[in-house]
Design a protein around this ligand. Structure first.
Ligand code: GLU
Length: 529
């Protein structure tokens, strides 16, 4: 490693050769997702979960080993907790179809899986580190720390604790403890040398120890900081692979040193790539949503999101674009995940969503997915979200006609309204008059349709079409010129699925009522003109 280049923050990558993801002697692979419940789940987090599940439930079993995926809640930063976020996160992951083998709600042999319920382990671990000389009590007041920071800023020195309490004598420490002085526990980072660890995606990473601070591991309130808790839990839960965002790379050497101080083997690290905005920065709300909920509420399918996550930073052959989750389980390998960040491409995601709706869902499935949205919009009655809903047959018929047009599930209330509601939304009478047709001529045509309707059997699509085409001939109009006023009368829109299927699905009675209303509307329009 003589050609190691050390970066400003002390990090250097010595080799881009990827190590093997699962050592030969590893019989069981255990991965985890360890979110802090501080808000909604970012899609980057959801993608990380997908990678974990695919690895544990796909790649690992393919290699003839056992794999488990664990969900652990990291709630030690009590000030940042957001009420309801754990439930929200679990609902979101289950909605995506990403399930865990062990976790807060399902339990497991290494529980509890919520850090605030494991405080005793961290306290004990911190005490052990103090006893073995790897950690120390720090009694510095917030004011002193602030003064140190300001002085460092003034001198343009890198920020960090000045290790004031690292050299207190045991007697001084005891006296302060006996006096009940408030304190934290800090980890004694080695003052020289370097810390090396392997990142599965990046190769070996080296940090210079003197660039790394003596971080707090146990806070004054008895809660651990992330660094202690993550190491203790990953060890106690037998985690073999730690996958997480690249923002954690700079703290990984501290974790490696903590493992060393405890005398434990460190897991394999894989810092996954970020998802960047199209302009290169962090993906934020401005780019049309960042949380899983945003996408769920915007009418994306879980299948499309998973498919999209897979394409972001991973590829099987550089050309396949549509992957079901089963395909991914069959083909995904962690080793093919790119270590460079990928750019979020909304158009691609939208395209995938439409592909999934148009070509990969059954009509029944689409109907079941739009049903809760239609109920929520008050478009159909409240009722069970399954086939027993009183309007399910109607929703299914509408879904059959619109399946090729829907891009987002949330479009359903608008696109299906004229199928599902008796009343049409108000529309402009001018829409009833096609281009190159006089209003009076459109009125005459619509009156002729009104007259013909009682003899038409709308359930017979071919027959309806033949009769209406003949009527256009009789009226000396092009078929399209007659069909447009009928379409607008029946739907209130100038665009709909095929006219005759649309009329059949709306049904005889409602079409008659709507054509009557359109004739009245058009008469007023003609008179007023
Ligand atoms: N609680 C950390 C987070 O929410 C987890 C980091 C890790 O996986 O180690 O980002």
């Amino acid at each position: 490693m003589s050609d190691t280049i050390v970066a400003r923050d002390g990090m250097a990558v010595t080799s881009s050769d990827r190590p093997v993801s699962i050592p030969e002697d590893m019989a069981e692979v255990r991965v985890r997702f360890a979110p802090s419940p501080t808000g909604s789940l970012h899609i980057g987090g959801a993608r990380l979960v997908m990678y974990n599940v695919l690895f544990a439930h796909g790649e690992v079993p393919r290699l003839g080993k056992r794999g488990s995926f664990i969900l652990r809640i990291e709630d030690t930063d009590q000030k940042r907790l957001v009420e309801g976020s754990v439930q929200n996160l679990m609902d979101g992951l289950r909605w995506l179809g990403l399930d865990w083998d062990e976790g807060p709600d399902v339990g497991g042999p290494y529980g509890p899986y919520v850090q605030s319920e494991r405080k005793h382990s961290y306290k004990e671990a911190a005490g052990h580190l103090v006893a073995t000389g790897h950690a120390y009590h720090c009694f510095c007041s917030p004011e002193r720390l602030q003064a140190v920071r300001e002085e460092q800023q003034r001198q343009k020195l890198p920020p960090g604790y000045d290790r004031h309490c690292r050299n207190l004598s045991p007697g001084e420490v005891q006296a302060k403890l006996d006096a009940g002085e408030s304190h934290v526990i800090r980890f004694k980072m080695p003052l020289e040398g370097e810390t090396r660890f392997i990142d599965l995606l990046r190769g070996e990473i080296v940090y210079q120890n003197d660039k790394i601070d003596d971080l707090v591991i146990l806070k004054g309130d008895g809660f651990p900081t992330y660094h202690l808790a993550v190491v203790v839990d990953d060890h106690e839960m037998n985690i073999t692979h730690v996958t997480r965002g690249p923002e954690w790379i700079p703290t990984a050497p501290i974790h490696v040193q903590l493992y060393k101080a405890f005398g434990w083997d460190a897991p394999i690290f894989a810092h996954m790539p970020l998802i960047l905005s199209p302009t290169g920065g962090k993906l934020s709300k401005r780019h049309g949503g960042v949380s899983l909920n945003d996408f769920r509420e915007a009418g994306y399918l879980p299948e499309a999101l998973l498919n999209y996550f897979a394409l972001l930073g991973w590829s099987l052959d550089g050309k396949t674009e549509i992957y079901s989750f089963d395909d991914l389980l069959e083909h995904f390998t962690l080793e093919r995940v790119s270590s460079s960040p990928s750019t979020f491409d909304r158009d691609k995601l939208d395209w995938l969503n439409q592909q999934w709706i148009n070509h990969h869902l059954t009509v029944e499935d689409l109907a079941l997915r739009v049903l809760p949205i239609l109920i929520g919009a008050g478009m159909v009655a409240d009722g069970p979200v399954d086939e027993t809903h009183p309007q399910f047959a109607q929703v299914k018929e509408a879904s059959a006609l619109l399946k090729d047009r829907i891009r987002f599930l949330t479009e359903a209330p608008d696109l299906m309204s004229y199928f599902l509601q008796d009343e049409l939304e108000d529309y402009d009478a001018a829409l009833l008059v096609p281009k190159k047709v006089e209003p009076q001529q459109a009125l005459t045509a619509l009156e002729a349709v009104q007259e013909m309707l009682p003899e038409l059997d709308l359930s017979n699509v071919e027959n309806t079409e033949a009769k209406l085409r003949a009527l256009a001939d009789d009226l000396g109009m092009k078929a399209g010129q007659l069909f447009m006023p009928i379409r607008v009368a029946a739907t209130g829109r100038t665009q709909s699925p095929g006219l005759f299927e649309t009329l059949r699905t709306i049904g005889q009675d409602r079409v008659s009522t709507r054509v009557d209303a359109a004739v009245t509307k058009l008469r007023e329009y003609v008179t007023a003109a």
